[in-house]
Design a protein around this ligand. Structure first.
Ligand SMILES: [Zn+2]
Length: 687
């Protein structure tokens, strides 16, 4: 007996069969899954890789060898494939609109059509030349004083770049009220590190940025562009030195410095704040209006820099920023100069998306809920919504059970965590109430004007409701978006229709795969409510501590370990993942995966999972997450990601999360000596 047990223990599957009842036979074939026969593209796997050495490549290695990134994309993989599908569907909607007689179009349809047609009419855009931007460029060229500069920077419709960001958001300490937010801004490249690092590849990016600045100034008609570009770059480098690092910009409490408008003026008197706010229409209440200031320690030195920079340099800076914003709607030479840097250098793309793709993206950006309404009617079946609602409910239940069983958290904090879980608000597919676009005017032949009016339309709404109750059901993403989010002040999780498809969610796939894919994505978003930042908000969405000091210390010690793990990953030579900047996402990945696995087990209702094609339920669960993150990225895009994105590169999201889960070790027989093996005491356990 003993002999056979020892022998069987060496063979994991047989061992299970000997000590447990035999697994049920595979269910009879139903409607076929989109990928493989039960949800995973087995042909994409590379079984020559040991799962413990590189789980990502084990799942995706064969796919990676043959996948080709289209020249107009910065990467390809599961997310990108769905994004392309969304674009194809949006194009189909536009084709139907175009086929309809104009007098049969609804007001929203007419706007979609005019915005689309105007953008597609490249002949007219070329013929107009710089004319549509002429008045704005003349205004920039005519700036005489620093007050003029500040006023233009605050103009809600211009998008000409600004040293400070001005936005209307939701007050983190009072989520029932809107807030006016001012934060440090001013950079043309995505993060301060692009200006400051010595890494030879980054130096090259900086050189390319200088070329971009020169080209744009040239195109604006400026004389002596190279010397002037040099000055703009020097200005931005000076701004970059004063800006906070990405990891500090993530700290919700540090980014919350409330003060009256009067106090802001006192904090940074060298900036013309009255001028800056003059076109905003924000009632300042005799200077008593509360402003939430972000990067507060950067605000005063930036104001000093503002005052000592000649107006002429600001004019050049604003000219470039303006042309950057509007280049996509101007003649080709502007569009291409802009793409050469932002598309090619920063994202590695060698070709623009075709015009039709760019046009539907434009509709999604400016009329997203009018367009999205048609999109979901056509492409989001009500059954999908019902099934995902059930999945979300299961994940929340699993979270609740998990919190109750935590050993590192005391009862007092647990009680609050459970309250928070019960207050989560899930939004699935599309918003219940669609946005009203009647105050947005679209003029077919005025593309630049359409973009400016869109910015003004958004701004007017925000200012108009500034002192009114918060619309908590409003969505921050459109239905054709392949993404999801957690909103701390609303304690809500939102899953647009376009992510609720294979390989994330496939109603015909095996449950284990769905739990490992969309289940982990749902778990990820819920976990943001409990990541290093989300955990600072209560279930009502108030930025206010609800943890005992001891529990917080415990939690911080665990997350510190996780940050250290990610700091060690090096996706590009000399460039490591930033463990602290990506911490919230890495926590969400790890916790989400762990909760999704619990939810999968609950769904089995005590019955053993079937074995399919030789894979156990748990193995299929992990294959699900591996496949979701299947991604191949261009080097430029990867570099931008590492420096300016709070998400770790896709492959490290898989490798980094799985190695902290005991169940992954048992599912794939991962042993000491395997590259991603971690001894049990080094595995981070959170939720
Ligand atoms: Zn996230």
């Amino acid at each position: 007996m003993h002999r056979s047990l020892v022998a069987i223990a060496a063979l994991v599957l047989a061992g299970c069969a000997a000590s447990a009842p035999p697994p049920p036979p595979a269910p009879p074939p139903g409607p076929k899954a989109e990928l493989g026969s039960w949800g995973v593209d087995l042909s994409g796997m590379d079984k020559s890789v040991k799962p413990g050495d590189d789980f990502y490549s084990y799942v995706n290695g064969a796919w990676e060898k043959t996948a080709v990134i289209p020249p107009d994309r910065s990467g390809i993989g599961s997310f990108q494939a769905l994004a392309i599908l969304s674009e194809t569907r949006m194009k189909a909607i536009v084709a139907e609109l175009t086929a309809k007689p104009v007098d049969k179009l609804s007001p929203n349809e007419k706007k979609l059509r005019d915005l689309y047609d105007g953008y597609m009419d490249e002949t007219a855009i070329e013929a107009h030349g710089l004319e549509p931007a002429k008045a704005d460029l003349a205004r920039i060229a005519g700036l005489k004083t620093l007050k003029d500069v500040a006023q233009l920077m605050g103009s809600p419709k211009l998008s000409a770049g600004s040293l400070y960001g001005l936005a209307i958001g939701v007050d983190d300490k009072n989520p029932n009220a809107y807030s006016v937010n001012v934060t440090a801004a001013g950079l043309g490249m995505p993060d301060r590190d692009f200006y400051l690092l010595d890494n030879p590849d980054i130096v090259k990016v900086r050189e390319a940025y200088k070329v971009f600045l020169t080209t744009m100034l040239d195109l604006s008609g400026a004389k002596n562009a190279p010397a002037r570009a040099e000055k703009v770059l020097a200005l931005e480098i000076a701004i970059a030195k004063l800006r906070w690092e990405l990891k500090d910009q993530r700290e919700a409490d540090k980014m919350y410095a409330p003060m009256t408008f009067k106090a802001l003026k006192k904090l940074a008197p060298q900036f013309a704040w009255d001028s800056f706010f003059s076109e905003s229409n924000i009632p300042l209440k005799d200077g008593e209006r509360q402003i939430i200031v972000g990067e507060s320690t950067a605000i005063p030195p930036l104001a000093k820099l503002f005052a000592k920079t000649p107006v002429a340099v600001w004019r050049d800076y604003l000219t470039v920023q303006y042309l950057h914003s509007y280049a996509p709607y101007l003649p080709k030479k502007y569009d291409e100069a802009n793409f050469a840097f932002y598309g090619t250098v920063l994202s590695g793309r060698t070709q623009q998306n075709d015009r039709g793709t760019r046009a539907v993206r434009l509709l999604d950006e400016h009329l997203g809920e009018a367009f999205g309404q048609v999109y979901v009617a056509k492409y989001f079946p009500p059954e999908s919504k019902a099934k995902v609602e059930q999945l979300v409910a299961n994940l929340l239940k699993a979270y609740e059970q998990d919190i109750q069983s935590l050993t590192w958290m005391g009862d007092e904090t647990k009680k609050k965590a459970l309250e928070k879980i019960r207050q989560f608000k899930p939004y699935i597919g599309y918003p219940d109430k669609w946005r009203d676009y009647s105050n947005y005017t679209v003029v077919r032949d005025d593309v630049v004007g359409n973009i400016k009016r869109s910015a003004q339309f958004d701004w007017n709404r925000d200012v108009g409701r500034l002192d009114s109750p918060v619309d908590k059901a409003e969505w921050g993403m459109t239905p054709p978006t392949v993404n999801a989010y957690y909103a701390p002040p609303f304690n809500s999780i939102t899953f647009p229709a376009a992510i609720l498809q294979a390989p994330f969610f496939d109603p015909n796939a095996d449950d284990a795969v769905n739990y490992g894919a969309i289940g982990a994505v749902i778990g990820h978003e819920i976990s943001h409510g409990f990541d290093d930042q989300g955990s600072k908000y209560t279930g009502e969405g108030v930025l206010q501590s609800w943890w005992t000091d001891e529990d917080r210390k415990n939690f911080d010690a665990r997350t510190k370990m996780l940050a250290n793990q990610y700091d060690a990953y090096e996706p590009l030579p000399g460039l490591h993942v930033r463990g602290q900047a990506t911490l919230g996402e890495n926590i969400a990945d790890l916790a989400g995966l762990s909760i999704a696995l619990k939810a999968y087990r609950i769904s089995l209702g005590g019955k053993p999972a079937p074995v399919l094609d030789g894979y156990t339920g748990e193995q299929r669960f992990f294959l699900g997450i591996g496949q979701v993150w299947r991604t191949k990225m261009r080097e430029g895009a990867l570099r931008s990601r590492i420096l300016s994105d709070v998400h770790s590169p896709a492959e490290f999201r898989v490798r980094g999360a799985t190695r902290n889960l005991d169940d992954w070790y048992s599912a794939f027989d991962v042993k000491p000596g395997d590259k991603y093996y971690l001894p049990p005491e080094e595995r981070v356990k959170l939720w």
